[in-house]
Write a protein that binds this ligand. Sequence first.
Ligand code: PRP
Length: 213
Amino acid sequence: MEQARDGRMEGVERVAGDAEEPGSGAPAGVWPVHPDVERVLLPAERIQARVRELGLEIARDFAGRRPLLVGILRGAVIFMADLVRAIPMEVRMDFMAVSSYGKSSRSSGVVRILHDLGENIEGDDVLIVEDVIDSGLTLAYLRETLATRHPRMLKTCTLLQKDSPAARRVGADYVGFVTPNEFLVGYGLDYAGRYRNLPYVGVLRREIYARKG
Ligand code: PRP
């Protein structure tokens, strides 16, 4: 995936900020639009179509190899589960869990591994699978950390990349959608552990997460 100098990603769909409003009849899978969701940014069908494209692209790039897909718990679980089924070749799966501190400051963040890979990845063709690049802290850390373990190939895939300079700087080899820099939930993304199982990605209403007083 080539990233142009101005940060635009070739072949990546850019999501307009003014997507479907709740109740507009936009397809959102089997769920009605959640009342805490201000608007649906990516209906389930649109996500699934893009996942199919990404799967084929990854299969082409990894042809003749047996990639190890590393899903990052917990947000990437839904995407990972759909993505592996969209890659028409043999793949292996493993997971890592990380926690990052200092996200609120968005600068001095420290990432810590809570659950590590089950196996040595030396000589492996590894694809890190994330749900979203926001500050970029998590993916930058993972890329750096896994690179020290000497995989043969190390690539990155994210369903969503926020449209921000920080997220663009970190970037990924495969990006599903570049989204407005808003509070997104659904399809694995949560707020306080909620909304992960919405089949679409939506913008969370400000009053749900804004501090009172
Ligand atoms: C989310 C998401 C990414 C990370 C991206 O994880 O799943 O891993 O944040 O943010 P960043 O680019 O600012 O680092 P979170 O720590 O919220 O945990 P979760 O996956 O369990 O939701």
